[in-house]
Design a protein around this ligand. Structure first.
Ligand code: GZL
Length: 346
């Protein structure tokens, strides 16, 4: 159902934004108000010529997340024909569910969600369906009884990411003549129950299970953050006398792991004590791949705004579209990374 936002005169808009700022709203890149938990629940004025999109983001836990948010905010701008209401759930699913309910009461045209975890979405997605507001999932997935509760999904193949990481390790060990040696592995996992954590774990383990000499000592939750990963890595270095490989499910955690390893007097990289496997492929991490400190970085492409917009356009103009939409990504290692660095966008 098409509802358009009547563009009110600039003076009234500025006064409204100043009022929102005084009651704790944050503002997005192009000045559209970000709704926080404290924001008013009032209806958006009758809409004429802008498509209103309510976006419910996981949080701001990582460099990847920042790039993902920027992609959304650079896509859904006023000049592109959108009014963006952006909510940062700060890692809490309850905040996401509240934001979705607020979007429903505000009668937005579309709801976009990056679900923090996969479970717990049936009820609120049914409410959006009853309100006839299409829901597009971005980045992570949901585990619901009826896939009809969401219109489409844009994101990565997390299982393949994990499998690619495992196959890189297979090849690396073979090249080093270590295929038969006992390899002690610890895993720094992302948010428990998140699609990326589930997929990357299963994908890597689908390869590890083929190697009896690969011993996964522990899988530690570190919430995709540098601080938690450093803490967990330090703890595991004290617990296990021999760690050969760290599988870190995002670059921010890898940065924390490197700090912990080096503070313990150990070294990382090909000639070092510990081999690092990472995910996301943000620029800073790729520089560490080039320097030989990270062995492999499996890209997870955060630039998903245009893909989400293409689904909204398809819905607006009754074009066809896929239910599942995978973003392009690749695997970086010392031998190939340098050629890609100049053009990296995040
Ligand atoms: C992956 C995304 C993950 C990233 C982390 O699609 O959900 O969440 O790998 C981010 O950096 O925090």
């Amino acid at each position: 159902m098409k509802k358009r936002l009547q563009f009110i005169i600039v003076g009234v808009l500025v006064l409204s934004l100043l009022f929102l700022a005084s009651c704790g709203a944050d503002f997005g890149v192009d000045g559209n108000a970000e709704q926080t938990d404290e924001s008013a629940d009032g209806d958006i004025p009758e809409r004429e010529d802008l498509i209103v999109v309510g976006v419910c983001q996981v949080g701001s836990e990582s460099v990847w997340r920042t790039a993902n948010t920027e992609s959304i905010q650079q896509t859904f701008t006023g000049e592109n024909g959108y009014f963006l209401i952006f909510n940062n759930a700060r890692q809490k699913q309850e905040n996401q569910i509240k934001a979705v309910r607020r979007f429903i009461s505000q009668k937005v045209d579309y709801i976009v969600i990056s679900p923090i975890t996969e479970d717990g979405w049936d009820t609120v997605l049914k409410e959006a369906q009853d309100a006839e507001i299409p829901v597009i999932l971005m980045d992570r997935k949901v585990n619901v009884s009826d896939p009809g509760l969401y219109t489409a999904w844009v994101g990565s193949d997390f299982f393949l990411e994990g499998k690619n990481a495992g196959e890189w390790l297979e090849q690396y060990l073979e090249e080093k003549g270590m295929s038969e040696e006992e390899i002690y592995i610890v895993v720094l996992q992302g948010t428990e129950g998140s699609s990326a954590m589930i997929g990357r774990s299963k994908g890597f383990e689908s390869v590890a299970d083929k190697h009896k000499n690969w011993i996964i000592l522990e899988k530690a939750g570190a919430e995709y953050t540098t601080a938690k990963a450093k803490e967990e890595m330090k703890r595991m270095l004290g617990k296990y006398p021999d760690i050969n490989v760290v599988v870190s499910q995002n670059d921010d955690m890898t940065f924390g792991a490197i700090d912990a390893i080096e503070e313990c007097g150990l070294t990382v990289g090909e000639e070092g004590d510990v081999i690092l496997i990472s995910f996301d492929a943000v620029y800073t991490a790729l520089k560490l791949v080039e320097a030989g400190k990270i062995g492999v970085d499996v890209e997870c492409n955060p630039l998903q705004g245009p893909y989400v917009e293409s689904i909204i356009k398809a819905l607006e103009y009754n074009w066809g579209f896929e239910k599942e939409n995978y973003v392009p990504e690749q695997v970086f290692y010392k031998e190939n990374v340098s050629e890609f660095l100049p053009d990296r966008k995040y």
